[in-house]
Design a protein around this ligand. Structure first.
Ligand code: ATP
Length: 230
């Protein structure tokens, strides 16, 4: 039997990147790529949130999903998982990871990928301390985030779980790691603000490659974020 190249043979487990993706931008894709480089994952699954309970006034799930599809069409290591969009009621990550763990069984390593803004916010999430019963957590610095202190209870909870990113896939769940990514300033809030306040062509210059060209075109043709007003 032919031997697999060692890098392929040792990759196991799935990365999970949840987000509102309103819209998906290159910061999201760089984060997912950095996770794939730092952690021996087979692929990253992108979970567009159904009803993100900490955000109001978001675009429809259909638009957010269509933009994600355009952005990852030629990215074989990224896959879109629509389970949160199909669930009724507020989207809680704990429900997503419980369901996924049931689907994949007890042995598959699962790694929840977070930007540091979400890591610092973690203790506001529903049943947050139970997340590591189902998945690992890997978080990454985010350019432009003002880093507030981590709550004491989260520090205590994380203390005996910290490991190196490359070690995460040696077990199914329960560990926490920090990994590196080249700083990327993209933010969906900034994209929405720029598109709503500048003529489309100027907004695209200001955003300087933060949007996939097909996503930018989708935003324009559907008049998202006020894009038709100029
Ligand atoms: P918004 O500005 O609407 O809050 P966002 O740009 O933060 O949106 P989300 O869809 O909420 O995007 O983010 C999903 C995940 O991607 C989060 O864990 C977030 O921290 C991370 N993320 C988003 N942009 C970046 C970036 N530029 N660098 C690193 N991580 C990022």
């Amino acid at each position: 039997m032919r031997n697999l190249p060692s890098t392929l043979a040792t990759k196991r487990g799935l990365g999970l990147l949840g987000g509102t993706f309103d819209p998906v931008h290159t910061g999201h894709l760089c984060l997912a790529s950095a996770a794939l480089s730092a952690i021996p994952l087979v692929r990253v699954e992108l979970f567009p949130a159904g009803e993100p309970w900490q955000k109001s006034r978001i675009s429809s799930g259909m638009h957010r999903l269509n933009m994600l599809r355009i952005a990852v069409e030629y990215e074989p290591l990224f896959r879109i998982n629509t389970s949160e969009l199909r669930r009724i009621g507020p989207t809680y990550t704990i429900d997503t990871v419980k369901n996924l763990r049931e689907e994949v069984g007890p042995a598959m390593p699962l790694v929840l990928i977070l930007g540091i803004d979400q890591w610092l916010n973690l203790s506001t999430w529903k049943n947050w301390a139970e997340l590591t019963n189902y998945v690992h957590i890997a978080y990454c610095r985010r350019e432009g985030t003002v880093e507030k202190p981590i709550p004491d209870q989260q520090i205590a909870w994380a203390a005996d779980k910290i490991t190196a990113p490359e070690a995460l896939t040696q077990m199914p769940a329960g560990r926490i790691a920090q990994f590196e990514m080249a700083p990327h300033r993209a933010s969906a809030t900034e994209i929405r603000r720029t598109i709503s306040t500048q003529p489309y062509a100027q907004a695209m210059k200001t955003l300087d490659g933060w949007l996939h060209p097909g996503v930018a075109q989708y935003i324009r043709s559907h008049g998202l974020y006020g894009a038709m007003r100029h």
